[in-house]
Design a protein around this ligand. Structure first.
Ligand SMILES: [Zn+2]
Length: 326
């Protein structure tokens, strides 16, 4: 190789490694990925993602697009699990009070021949209150305004997609299989998760642990990530404590206190489940739950913590059995 060729070669190599680091920097879990997904789902054009509206369908299609892009497998012909629910149309633009909506579901096959028959579920709901009305906690009840739900729960979906992208880039693949699911109808009473648990695409005994994220975008200055249900599988509390070390977070871990969001549907069906959130706030269920209040750096820390939990559980050496909590 001549000196001239050699310098061209070096330039080419440095150019390629520049592209490569650039891709790595943008992929997976980081504040900008988290922000990008949250911003899209909580924008005014999504009109609060009320079940039965075309904006709810648009949100589902955004999630589906990423599931496909990141290579998740389908259980059925497509990623949708459709179901009907009863809503109070109120001020939302739905044609009747019985509407059709959908969960978005896909899975990542485990790497271990025997353990891949077991499934860990990670999920977040993507629906919200649309234009408000009876679902609003706003002090001004007659306010007709888009409830963007940037924290509730565009943040959970942003975490779900960030975690999925991180998994895609992982060098070693987890042993157990992982189901990714975005639920609809949560605000009407956990309807999407109830439907999923009653229409599981795999044997119920094969579903070992469910991790749920609902409102994870408002990490406070004390860096507290709250969770209920850590004691619903063996050594779960110890695991979540250990993962908190050097995480930049102060995990508040409850063995029980499962109540609250879609993971409850799994818990009631005797499936181990942990629900994660970063705490309540005055903008809860009001039109002010907006992207400008989202802590995307905090969201990335939360994603990393939950990602590590997901991988540890998917590779768990012990058998995963349900432990009932009070
Ligand atoms: Zn809510």
């Amino acid at each position: 190789m001549s000196l001239f060729q050699k310098s061209k070669f070096i330039i080419l190599i440095s150019f390629l490694s520049f592209i490569n680091t650039d891709i790595t920097a943008q992929n997976g879990i980081n504040a900008s990925t988290f922000y990008k997904h949250d911003e899209y789902l909580s924008s005014d054009k999504m009109e609060g993602r009320f079940p039965g509206t075309k904006e709810n369908n648009k949100a589902a299609s955004y999630i589906k697009k990423h599931f496909r892009r990141y290579g998740l497998k389908k259980f059925n012909k497509n990623y949708y699990q459709s179901f009907k629910l009863f809503v109070k149309p109120d001020i939302n633009k739905v044609k009747s009070d019985t509407v059709t909506t959908q969960n978005v579901v896909g899975y990542f096959e485990g790497s271990d021949d025997s353990l891949k028959k077991e499934f860990i579920v990670i999920g977040a709901h993507y629906d919200h209150w649309g234009w408000g009305g009876k679902g609003s906690s706003s002090k001004k009840k007659d306010t007709v305004a888009i409830h963007n739900g940037a924290d509730d729960n565009a943040s959970g979906v942003a975490a779900l997609l960030s975690i999925l992208e991180e998994l895609l880039n992982a060098k070693t693949k987890p042993k157990r299989s992982i189901i990714f699911i975005a639920f609809s109808g949560e605000e009407e009473g956990l309807l999407g998760s109830k439907y999923f648990v009653n229409h599981l695409p795999v044997d119920k005994n094969a579903v070992k642990v469910m991790l749920n994220m609902d409102m994870v975008g408002r990490l406070n200055s004390d860096k507290q990530i709250y969770m209920g249900g850590a004691g619903t599988f063996s050594d779960g509390v110890a695991l979540m404590k250990r993962l908190g070390e050097d995480s930049g977070l102060n995990p508040i871990i409850h063995a029980g206190e499962v109540g609250g969001s879609d993971h409850v549907s799994f818990y009631k069906s005797n499936i181990s489940s942990i629900g994660f959130h970063t705490g309540g706030h005055p903008q809860y269920h009001t039109p002010e739950d907006d992207i400008d209040l989202i802590n995307s750096e905090g969201g990335a820390l939360v994603c990393k913590y939950i990602y590590n939990a997901l991988i540890e559980i998917a590779n768990y050496k012990q058998a995963l059995n349900f432990i009932k909590q009070d």
